[in-house]
Design a protein around this ligand. Structure first.
Ligand code: CP3
Length: 343
């Protein structure tokens, strides 16, 4: 009998698989020549995100090359501010930009039309579920309220999210309202991705690491707890991975408080601590993306250390953050074959 099992889902259910399933954050992207080709055809980056045919194509590219165990919907966390009319644009070499929001702007935010705006994303998800191999897990995603808010407040990326931290101290009421608003529309967005065919979803809190302890509890834990509770109230079987980059020791409480099924680990999380976290449930990560750029012994030893420390528990092999444009596609092939060669 050959039942096609979705291995990433099995690990999210708490199973230990040897070898562990593997996918890579930002597995569709500029390190792949075929991505650069489709991207050039699409015009703008947002056009690529909102054209189901092209978004499906770039999602499938890394699956064809490497047969990863999960495909992640090709989109961006900033389609949410785009749906909120923040004038989001991606300028070549400058990263994302949008109109910075102030306290009055927060009071004027409305959820009207958001779901309609995001319809092409749901169309991409449903097409993907039809086109993907049966054994490939399809992941939907969104940004965590804190990380999305950092871009909405500054209007662009910053090294330490000082503008958003300052806004939170100066305008605590407007800031709480913004996080709660984003949590609610993001939970709706995840439910719609699940209904369109996503098997599980990941919440990216890429900027959690710039928060102090008290702020982490209020701005990273609480909104994500609220989102997961809201998704589960409506879709009780929903599986959620939460990735709070840079959260360090606070990850122990993060899983317990948010009730995420699995937590993502960036490369700074010590493996001994990662093994402790794994006693509470599945973990995902934590290879330094620079090891994939370097290749060779640096790549091999990084992989082996993770498998030695975490390979006997519930593990989804992944990087500690997104793969970078300098990564060599052959190094990715070597990574996949080393993880899969593990017995
Ligand atoms: O393959 C996948 O992982 C799916 C697609 C995906 C993208 N962005 C595509 C993308 C996902 C899951 C994201 C998440 C995302 N986007 C995050 C959270 C994860 C992380 O990396 O921290 C954040 C903070 C963003 C916001 C964002 N989008 C930034 C800061 C940038 C510019 C920086 C850069 O790498 O250029 C983007 C653009 C972006 N999103 C690209 C891709 C493939 C590159 C743009 C291009 O092709 O021109």
């Amino acid at each position: 009998m050959s039942v096609k099992r979705r291995k990433v889902l099995e690990v999210l259910d708490g199973k230990c698989l040897t070898p562990p399933p593997i996918w890579l954050m930002r597995q569709a992207g500029r390190y792949l020549p075929e991505y650069r080709e489709t991207r050039a055809k699409a015009g703008s980056f947002l056009d690529l995100c909102y054209t189901p045919e092209l978004a499906v194509e770039v999602t499938l590219q890394p699956i064809r090359r490497y047969a990863f165990d999960a495909a992640i919907l090709f989109s961006d966390i900033l389609v949410i501010p785009d749906a909120l009319h923040r004038n989001v644009r991606f300028e070549e070499g400058h990263g994302p930009k949008m109109d910075p929001i102030d306290a009055d702007g927060v009071a004027r935010l409305s959820a009207a039309g958001v779901s309609d705006h995001l319809r092409p994303v749901f169309e991409t998800v449903s097409r993907l579920r039809r086109e993907l191999p049966a054994e490939t897990t399809l992941l939907g995603f969104c940004g965590a309220p804190w990380t999305v808010a950092t871009y909405m407040i500054a209007g662009h990326g910053t090294p330490d999210q000082a503008p958003a931290r300052l806004f939170a101290y100066r305008y605590p009421k407007a800031f709480d309202d913004l996080l709660a608003f984003l949590a609610d529309i993001s939970a709706d967005y995840l439910v719609e991705q699940i209904d369109a065919g996503a098997d599980a979803v990941q919440i990216f809190d890429s900027w959690a690491g710039v928060l102090g302890e008290e702020e982490f509890a209020r701005f990273a834990v609480e909104p994500v707890r609220r989102m997961i509770a809201s998704v589960r109230a409506r879709r009780p079987a929903a599986k959620v991975i939460a990735f709070a980059k840079g959260a360090g020791l606070l990850l122990k409480d993060y899983r317990q408080s948010t009730r995420a099924d699995a937590i993502g680990l960036d490369w700074s999380v010590p493996l001994s601590f990662a093994a402790e976290l794994q006693k509470d449930g599945p973990v995902q990560g934590n290879l330094d993306p620079m090891r994939v750029v370097a290749g060779g012994a640096a790549l091999d030893s990084g992989i082996d250390r993770i498998l030695d420390a975490l390979g006997n528990g519930p593990l989804i092999f992944n990087l500690g953050h997104g793969i970078t444009p300098q990564a060599d596609p052959d190094h990715v092939a070597a990574l996949v074959s080393r993880v899969r060669g593990r017995r």
